[in-house]
Design a protein around this ligand. Sequence first.
Ligand SMILES: NC(=O)c1ccc[n+]([C@@H]2O[C@H](COP(=O)([O-])OP(=O)(O)OC[C@H]3O[C@@H](n4cnc5c(N)ncnc54)[C@H](OP(=O)(O)O)[C@@H]3O)[C@@H](O)[C@H]2O)c1
Length: 319
Amino acid sequence: MNIIKNIGLGTAAIGRPQYINIKQEETTAPFSLPKFKEKGLQILENAYQSGIKHFDTSPGYGIAEDLMIEWLKGKNDSSIEVSTKWGYTYTANFDSNADTHEVKEHSLEKLNEQWEISKQLLPYLKVYQIHSATFDSGVLQNETVIQRLHQIRKEHNLIIGLSTTGSNQVEVLNEALKITFEGEKLFQSVQCTFNILDQGILKVKEQLENLKGPIIIKEALANGRLIPNDSYFKYKKLYEFLNQLAQKYNVNADAIALRYCIDSFKKAIVLSGPTNNRHLQSNLKATELTLTNSELEQLNAFGIESETYWTERKQLQWN
Ligand SMILES: NC(=O)c1ccc[n+]([C@@H]2O[C@H](COP(=O)([O-])OP(=O)(O)OC[C@H]3O[C@@H](n4cnc5c(N)ncnc54)[C@H](OP(=O)(O)O)[C@@H]3O)[C@@H](O)[C@H]2O)c1
């Protein structure tokens, strides 16, 4: 079987039917939980059969973590690696009109409660992350939480990581990477937003590449904004260039956007987070090409300020 090293499967979309992104293909069929589960398990299997070894999940992604636990029971492959997180609880109960889709809580109680479930992912679980560490939640200053993460790391030989979101990812990373235990950084893996539009974390690239654990890249398609569409006239030139490259390499634009991330962070695991096999296979075409330096530079020029990126991101709806 072909082994894919630089793309992992992000499971947010297979665990909850609504998410903050651009959906270009509307589904009109009524929601069925059994069918949704079946489809989710099928995507996990398709990704695995296609050579994906890294799977990223979270209790905040609806039933995704439970699906992972169930799916792993049928596997006996020590090359599978899972990253999960703690800190978000899914509350929408599959209702697209829910007032609140998720609740964030970075307390010791929440960590202990979610760890009791997530530890069922062992021995495949390799990376345990704080889900969306921010200055607001105070998690990086919470000594009891930090101590507990250190304890979990020691007991289970895990890599502790954090995911970051928002225009100040770099500041949060700098703060987190100062935390040490026994002369070693506590956080040895990060999961960050990086894509053609928000290239902010390039500022700390070297620091991230020196960590022991993986750099995981999320939102490589800017939640669908990098799939050429009619809603963002301002990205017309970028879309034209993506389409031009897609034609040259005989892939779709999504594969070019994902490849941009792979070629920018050679050691990273870039997440593909599709809801169907067609999108998954289209994303995986990113493994079949390499962008030239000149193409990378031209794509770099389409970067926008992180502030602008995240302001636009906040306007996306749960759908
Ligand atoms: N730590 C965190 O806070 C955090 C936050 C966000 C995401 N994540 C992780 O990152 C993963 C990926 O993130 P994401 O889903 O937000 O971002 P993304 O990869 O930037 O965007 C995914 C969007 O692109 C669309 N897409 C993909 N391939 C396509 C194709 N060939 N044609 C048309 N549309 C296509 C998907 O549509 P379909 O849904 O129709 O396939 C979906 O709407 C998640 O699953 C999760 O594991 C983590």
